[in-house]
Ligand binder design. Structure first.
Ligand code: OGA
Ligand code: MN
Length: 281
């Protein structure tokens, strides 16, 4: 018998999982395996009103892979990072305004770390207005290319930077801010990521600054056009949060962004990140 009851949410990305016991999710290896398989198939899994406790969320994620502890210290439970614009709950909140633009987590790491494999968010508090999270399937975006586009775009390389993603939400940084952004190395990635599985996805989003060897403006126009195509409504699932929802996404093949919400909103998501082991290549 299948371990999970899964219902597709759109034709291209996202599925809902029901009937799961949160304690079992934290304690059962075969269930974790089924979640990873379902994630590979659907890109995003939604567990409505699961009520997963922070400790159980970390235990669950540990069954999916090694988890990221580099942002510990903002929440009492190690492995949990609060995603909120409230500086009182997270002193690094200012950076999170960049989540309003489409992105893939971990395209501009401190060193040469691979992008995260998967990210889990659980809603502790939700926004009264806005604050949905949107997901776009970038495997499907690649598949929609013509053969000629697959060949042409398959050869492109793109430089990603923290500065590119921060500038979109903070166009006029102080010299100190700029210096902090620039202390993070830039990274050159292929536009098309060929995964171990043989599938291909697009590496696009806020951190993508320019196309190597192309006129700057032309390259940026191309990146914007490709992002528009990759995030066309038929490739997107938009999650409207209820308190207690848990969502997990495949950070290798899915772009995501938060819909705008009031900076004074109490919205708070508890995030746990499963580290990746697949370089963008
Ligand atoms: C993230 C992120 C979006 C949101 O946690 O990486 O992009 O809706 N979050 O809060
Ligand atoms: Mn993100």
């Amino acid at each position: 018998m299948a371990l999970l009851t899964i219902t597709a949410l759109t034709d291209s990305v996202g599925a809902e999982v029901t009937g799961v016991d949160p304690e079992r999710l934290a304690a059962d290896d075969s269930l974790a395996r089924s979640v990873l398989d379902a994630l590979e198939d659907t890109g995003v899994l939604v567990f409505p009103r699961l009520g997963l406790k922070p400790e159980a969320q970390v235990a669950f994620c540990r069954r999916l892979g090694a988890i990221d502890h580099s942002s510990d210290g903002h929440h009492p439970v190690p492995g949990i990072y609060p995603v909120t614009l409230d500086q009182a709950k997270n002193s690094s909140a200012a950076y999170l305004r960049a989540t309003f633009d489409w992105h893939i987590d971990g395209c501009t790491p401190l060193h040469d770390e691979c992008p995260q494999k998967a990210t889990v968010l659980s809603a502790k508090q939700v926004a009264t207005r806005g604050g949905e999270t949107e997901f776009a399937n970038s495997y499907a975006a690649y598949e929609a290319f013509s053969d000629e586009e697959k060949e042409r775009y398959g050869a492109l390389r793109v430089v990603h930077s923290l500065e590119a993603s921060q500038r979109r939400v903070n166009a006029d940084p102080s010299p100190e801010e700029l210096a902090r952004w620039r202390s993070r190395p830039t990274h050159e990635h292929p536009l098309v990521w060929t995964h171990r599985s043989g599938r291909r996805s697009l590496v696009l989003g806020a951190s993508a600054d320019h196309v190597v060897g192309m006129d700057l403006d032309e390259g940026r126009a191309l990146l914007a056009e490709l992002l528009d195509r990759a995030t066309a409504p038929h490739l997107v699932y938009r999650h409207r949060w209820s308190v207690g929802d848990t969502v997990i996404w495949d950070n290798n093949g899915v772009l995501h962004r938060a819909a705008p919400y009031d900076p004074d909103s109490p919205r708070e998501m508890l995030r746990t990140t499963v580290l990746g082991d697949e370089p963008i290549q």
